[in-house]
Design a protein around this ligand. Sequence first.
Ligand SMILES: Nc1nc2c(ncn2[C@@H]2O[C@H](COP(=O)(O)OP(=O)(O)OP(=O)(O)O)[C@@H](O)[C@H]2O)c(=O)[nH]1
Length: 562
Amino acid sequence: MSTYPVESIRNFSIIAHVDHGKSTLADRLLEITGTISKTDCNKQVLDKLQVERERGITVKAQTASLFYSHEGINYLLNLIDTPGHVDFSYEVSRSLSACQGVILVVDANEGIQAQTVANFYLAFEAQLSIIPVINKIDLKNADPERVEKQIEKLFDIPTDECIRISAKQGTNVETVLQKVIEKIPPPRCNTADPLKALVFDSTFDHYRGVIANVALFGGEIAKGHKIMSAHTKKRYEVNEVGILTPNEQPTHKLYAGQVGYLIAGMKEVTEAQIGDTLFLYKQPVEPLPGFKSAKPMVFAGMYPVDQTEYNNLKSALERLTLNDSSVTVHRDSSLALGAGWRLGFLGLLHMEVFNQRLEQEYNMSVILTAPTVPYKAILSSAKLIKDRRAVQKDMLYIDENRVMLKYLFPLNEIVVDFYDALKSLSSGYASFDYEDAGYQSADLIKMDILLNGNPVEELATIIHSDKAYAAGKLLCERLKETIPRQLFEIAIQAAIGKKIIARETLKAYRKNVVAKCYGGDITRRMKLLKRQAEGKRLMRKIGNVEVPRDAFIRVLKREPDK
Ligand SMILES: Nc1nc2c(ncn2[C@@H]2O[C@H](COP(=O)(O)OP(=O)(O)OP(=O)(O)O)[C@@H](O)[C@H]2O)c(=O)[nH]1
């Protein structure tokens, strides 16, 4: 790759509410710039993880370097595609630290939604240039004019600055690229300065060790350079540098203003801290501010299904948390489940995705306990609050469309499904944030759930005494719907101490998987038995009762899955 002067580099992110079309727009930008060829297979190219492809959502920010010629000048454009769901907003704020501007995508039909507002403010507070883009104008119900007015009113951006596009059909996408060049400033840094590289993301490769994604705020870096980490003070020799197109492509050097990757023989995941600053050995620089640590919302215990897998799960957890630094991990142990960890997640979707990634990328099968809370919080929100033991603290009208409410909530009232409920009640407009308000005394009791008399550790909860009866009844009903019928009757009970407060009974059922084979086709018979064995692997045995592993998360959600 030839050297690009800083003036011809642009570093930008695409931000939006979930499903408004970021990844589709990224695909078109990759095509126009010839980074990938134009084929029907190019769908959400930057969504590389299996979990992203299965769920159709982005959970990890991804970087791609694009080459683009405009009016006789060759530009290097570094694009970072970010997730839209609130559970992954930590990815967005980190990505923005490597950028000077953003493309803010808004769906022409849905208009401005909660994460549009939240992401706009992240970019605005970081003083980035914002290019508003109205996507999906090909839709029958598209109303770009209404959306332009919303953007003007809420974000004070004149309507004529919005670019109307269809990322799906490619309409006007080239205009977006031209605006990126015109409106987003080049990074303000200098190759002649000492090396200053911000580690904004990293992954672990089984063969090559840690691969750190870096943004260079000064200097240059090449193979053979001796570097030092500001965080660990450890020394390394650089083995490889390169750019992401979006796959790793080694280059001779990385220069100030560029975004790329670096491999430097870091073998332990703890050596590559996200937010760390790397500099040349014996040329120390003032470290960059790094990142605010994430605020976990949902805490759950995680245990290996089989204790002999403890060490394997430990290293899988270390490697995956390197790639998802918003998860907090503390060692924990339980009488029933053995040695494990207490994990903190940003939300329930985040917890599900993390669990799925452990299974898919590390072949690990784990037991997750019921989400719980070790502390309480203040947050702003509406409605919903009456039956959640909340006390109103403040109310402030931001404009005629928005009001900010502050409440003191017990955190366990909001941890599982508050966000989903708030979103559906407010058609997606309400967004919320929280901060720790310290501990307060409350009338709490421990409620156990029993299956045929055996306690289910994962579902034991601390609950306010006023709510125990209703919650116990609901959990028993949910479990009855979730646990498949088995060869014997199952009593599902909620108990406080020795007192049973709710009960459901699941009738016996005999599942004969080979009944349809009439004793005939042996291949089909074997296939069905194999499938049944696989099904059993996904079960957890409590006493003699088999419970599907995902049942624990499903019963704890108050709303059924959509
Ligand atoms: N009709 C139409 N559909 C579009 C357009 N752009 C994207 N879509 C569709 O909208 C859906 C969401 O698009 P994505 O690109 O995955 O959205 P996203 O914002 O990246 O989603 P997250 O990363 O999960 O936040 C997909 O089904 C796309 O095919 C468009 O211009 N027109």
